[in-house]
Design a protein around this ligand. Structure first.
Ligand code: SPV
Ligand code: MG
Length: 545
């Protein structure tokens, strides 16, 4: 998955020959391999014990070698550090081993370790001293065949000497190591089941530096690393500890859930699902979808500003904000959400403030403006924008007290510009009725000509001279993915001034215009209803979204 510059085989060879002690850690699937890499290990041990254990079978070649390969492929795809496979006895004769080498190279595995025992092998810690060893010549031939088969010169074959495990002495261990080294092994793994490092230290003393020596201190775990370092070992394998750690964690968690029959004490002690998604690389897919999946990029989201009380409605908003007042049997917010849903806009972020606990329509994202008493719409909008993070889609900003027909959303979606607003050309009725509104001055009035040219907004305001007005802003602002970052910067700038905490969306729009951004105007008439008064609420009952 990741692109790396150095070849994994070369990187592994570097670990064997760095002249310093190096460490690799066990993994048994893609997830644990990824954890090993991101912890900082420079390599991974594809342990036979733990790969078979995670399948729930014994370390006796009960998994087929192709099943092991498949697991390795996931591990290799998930990581960029080299993997050395614990290849047991090579899964058969020299001929099977040759084929294994090809397959490992094809899957990006950097090295394999084979042990001088008989197929099907048994784990070295299960009655090791009763286990027969391979014929020294047959095993040397296997190593030779493997070295001849590898296509990449840097692929490593490590020969594992099981003489101590099988109850033989130092002489047999050295005799075997010598033969395997002569056959072309790149390193010797000297294994021991003692609780002290005496055997491996004795071996290393005699072996000196004929080739790199690898150890697996599972049983002599109490030895300090300085001892291995002083002895000159090249590579230490922590061979099975992630699997063992997961067994402990799984047993404890399963027992707790089973006993308590609820999840209350579990949640804080297990990785969150977000951590699972992160390890799986969910973010990369999200970004790729934006690049390659047209539909994914186009699905906009909407922000619904609903933090204020709506004092004009008196006692109706004593225990809930305006957005939760019921019209035709359901809250305004539900009507608004349904209209968005009708055009496929599912991601709706509602900014709550006044009586926030009363705002609880299910299925929506909520952001709270807890300073709603002393701040205005832009502080709320900033909360929503921060919540959305790096949005790669269009965003529509609207109000919790404006009902509208889905037609408005189609109008907003149509132009490709970074900023689009809808303006009601039939503004005189509102004006004559003495309503408070945000009036719009545009590059030209609504007319046949305006239909075929792009009209732009020049200013919004609630106190503009009548002669300059071309329409009433309906409370909608569509922002493109590019416009989103412009809005972010503008919000930061506006709100950095303590005097501007009460600013509203029209203040933002005016600032965008002043900064040279073009705000496209789409003229329409009707199809929306601003709910300010009890009469508006009555009208809302007849509003057909
Ligand atoms: C493994 O991890 O499968 C090994 C090392 O072979 S050991 O289990 O210590 O033999
Ligand atoms: Mg093994």
């Amino acid at each position: 998955m990741k692109k790396t510059s150095a070849k994994k085989t070369t990187a592994f060879r570097g670990l064997l020959t760095s002249g310093e002690i190096e460490f690799i850690c066990e993994a048994h699937n893609g997830l644990s391999a990824k954890i090993v890499e991101e912890t900082g290990f420079k390599g991974i041990w594809g342990s036979g014990l733990t790969i078979s254990a995670q399948y729930g079978v014994r370390d006796n070649n009960e998994t087929s070698w192709t099943q092991v390969l498949e697991t390795l492929e996931f591990m290799s795809d998930a990581t960029s550090v080299p993997i050395m496979l614990d290849g047991d006895t090579g899964y058969g004769s020299f001929n099977n081993f040759r084929r294994l080498i090809h397959k490992l190279e094809q899957r990006g595995v950097a090295a394999v370790c084979i042990e001088d025992k008989i197929f099907p092998k048994t784990n070295s810690f299960i009655s090791g001293d009763t286990q027969p060893l391979a014929d020294i010549h047959e095993f040397s031939g296997k190593i030779k065949a493997g070295k001849d088969a590898q296509l990449d010169d840097d692929f490593s074959i490590v020969a594992r000497v099981e003489a101590f495990i099988a109850g033989w002495g130092l002489g047999e261990a050295l005799r075997r190591a010598e033969a395997y080294h002569a056959a072309g092994a790149d390193a010797i793994l000297i294994h021991s089941a003692l609780a002290v490092p005496d055997e491996v230290l004795a071996f290393k003393k005699e072996w000196a530096d004929r080739c790199p020596v690898v150890i697996v201190p599972t049983k002599y775990y109490a030895t300090t690393t300085e001892v291995f370092e002083d002895a000159g070992f090249s590579l230490v394998i922590w061979a099975n500890h992630l699997l063992r750690a997961s067994i402990t964690a799984m047993q404890r968690t399963a027992k707790q859930i089973h006993g308590e029959r609820n999840l209350m004490s579990i949640e804080d002690n297990v990785a969150g699902v977000d951590e699972v998604f992160r390890l799986q690389g969910a973010q990369e897919l999200k970004e790729a979808e934006k690049r390659y999946l047209p539909g994914a990029e186009q699905a906009p989201c909407a922000v619904i500003l609903a933090a204020s009380r709506g004092t004009e409605l008196g006692e109706l908003t004593e225990d809930k904000p305006k957005v939760m007042i019921e019209v035709s049997g359901k809250p305004l917010l539900s009507h608004i959400a349904e209209t968005y849903n009708q055009v496929g806009i599912k991601k709706l972020v509602v900014v709550r403030g006044y009586m926030k606990r009363a705002v609880d329509v299910p299925g929506l994202d909520y952001v709270d403006n807890d300073r709603h008493d002393s701040t205005g719409e832009l502080v709320s909008l900033k909360g929503a924008v921060d919540h959305l993070g790096n949005l790669g889609t269009d965003m529509i900003v609207s109000y919790g007290d404006v009902l509208f027909n889905k037609y408005i959303l189609y109008l907003l979606e149509e132009p490709g510009e970074d900023f689009v607003v809808t303006v009601d050309a039939d503004w005189r009725n509102s004006r004559n009725a003495g309503r408070e509104a945000d009036w719009a001055v545009c590059s030209q009035p609504n007319s046949r000509a305006a239909f075929s040219t792009d009209v732009h907004l020049q200013r919004l305001g609630d106190d503009l001279p009548e002669a300059s007005i071309h329409g009433e802003w309906m409370g909608f602002l569509k922002v493109s993915a590019k416009g989103f970052s412009i809005v972010k910067t503008a919000l930061d700038e506006l709100l950095s001034n303590p005097e501007q905490q009460q600013f509203k969306v029209p203040d933002l729009i005016n600032m965008l215009i002043e900064n040279g951004n073009t705000i496209r105007v789409i003229y329409t008439t009707g199809h929306w209803l601003d709910i300010d008064t009890v009469q508006d609420l009555v009208a809302a009952g007849n509003f057909n979204a």
